[in-house]
Design a protein around this ligand. Structure first.
Ligand SMILES: [Zn+2]
Length: 423
């Protein structure tokens, strides 16, 4: 069965997300990453709609549009141009060549879906009547993913005036599949994980992803039990700071064990950029920059047919966004449809007002963000260390109430030390 919609985009991340969005909406769609092959495929399949990126190696989207519209066989096919480039001249050319719409990237998911539905309706194509073709392979058999919060406070208990039921350790979350363990951040919570790993002896290879080098995200590294055992291999990834290469920053975090006196474990280091990596067969990691002081990363891990997002230090603008602040939309495209998301929910709404532009979010903004981007479960992390039990409990209640009140299909919990979730 031919596709109803064909997407031509060389970026596997954006193209993949668009594909997912359209498939979810009920349209049979396919993604072509090689623009040079696109014209022949479009001609053979005759979809109702094509979605073309402008900037692509090989053939740019506007030229492709022009060719499609110049061929009587493909002329009736509707087209949407999507692009991060938004010069007026580009828009005019798109319209002149016959595009139905020009949508700027990163695009608003709801508006995009609305536009597609509008065009498909005009073309007489109803998504609900066209379930996925029966020839499609059976759904992938998924293994369970186990996520554990080992620490999620903004500052560790050493300096915190309040120790609560929600825990005293700083950032560390693990995600375990039957064959691998992925660890996000090495705050003081990583010692708890290390103890458990040493006891079970289950994983001798550990994949550790660091969002950034602020103390509360790396303070547990030097004492991480597995780093002191020669049977372990630590694959550590992170970003360079503007003034400090990744290896140097890591060395400082490992101090004093890393320099002349290396830790006994085998270390494999990887510097990350904002892109998608195939880190192991069937394991994809999308790396994106978070709105937080210094170079700060956030991650979307895709494996076993699920998407888990880890974004602990990130200021969402929410209702305070100005026209120039498109951060929420930008990361929304990456986080969309996540099965599980760990996001910064440091402040109450009141305290956020006093701490705007410091790189952390109000928990309500995180709930709204997750709800709008169709995230299924949200764990609020990085709570302010000054909050005691009563405040945190109230935040948890208000968070779920907000999701319910706004009609999001979202389960929200407040992160706490030892929280275990199966995705
Ligand atoms: Zn930070």
């Amino acid at each position: 069965m031919s596709a109803q919609i064909i997407i031509v985009d060389d970026d596997p991340l954006v193209g993949g997300l668009t594909l997912e969005l359209l498939n979810d909406a009920g349209y049979s769609s396919r993604l072509i990453q090689d623009s040079l092959k696109a014209q022949d495929i479009i001609k053979a399949e005759k979809p109702a709609l094509v979605i073309l990126d402008i900037l692509m190696p090989g053939l740019d989207g506007l030229t492709l549009l022009h060719r499609l519209k110049s061929d009587p066989e493909t002329e009736p096919i509707r087209a949407i141009i999507v692009s991060g480039k938004s010069f007026e001249a580009e828009k005019q050319r798109a319209a002149q060549y016959g595009a139905e719409a020009f949508i700027e990237k990163p695009y608003d998911v709801e508006l995009f879906a609305q536009k597609v539905n509008e065009i498909m309706k005009k073309q007489g194509v109803d998504p609900r009547k066209t379930a996925r073709p029966p020839s499609e392979p059976a759904p992938v058999v998924r293994s369970e993913l186990k996520a554990v919060v080992w620490g999620c406070r903004s500052t560790s208990s050493a300096v915190s005036p309040v120790v609560t039921r929600y825990g005293k350790h700083t950032s560390c979350v693990s995600v375990e599949t039957p064959s691998h363990i992925f660890v996000f951040d090495a705050g003081s919570g990583i010692s708890l994980l290390g103890n458990e790993l040493m006891k079970s002896g289950k994983h001798k290879e550990i994949w550790l992803f660091l969002t950034h080098f602020h103390h509360d995200h790396v303070e547990g590294l030097a004492g991480f039990p597995c780093a002191h055992d020669k049977d372990y291999t630590l694959h550590i990834s992170g970003a360079s700071e503007a003034d400090k290469p990744f290896e140097k920053a890591l060395e400082a975090a490992f101090e004093p064990g890393f320099g002349d006196k290396p830790v006994p474990a085998k270390l494999e280091l990887y510097e990350l950029l904002e892109q998608t990596y195939e880190i192991l067969p069937g394991v994809r990691l999308s790396v994106f920059y978070a709105n937080h002081p210094g170079t700060t990363l956030a991650f979307a891990l895709q494996t076993e047919g699920r998407k888990i997002v880890y974004c602990p230090d990130s200021e969402l603008y929410g209702e305070y966004a100005t026209a120039l602040q498109d951060y929420d939309e930008k990361i929304g495209a990456v986080c969309r449809g996540a099965d599980l998301m760990f996001h910064d929910g440091r402040y109450t709404a009141e305290d956020y007002k006093k701490n705007r532009n410091t790189g952390h979010s109000s928990f309500l903004a995180a709930v709204d963000f997750a709800g709008k981007n169709l995230v299924k479960a949200l764990v609020l992390v990085h709570q302010d260390d000054s909050y005691a039990d009563a405040v945190l409990e109230q935040m948890g209640k208000e968070a779920q109430a907000r999701a319910d009140e706004r009609g999001y299909k979202l389960k929200v919990v407040l992160g706490r030390e030892g929280l275990r979730i199966t995705a």
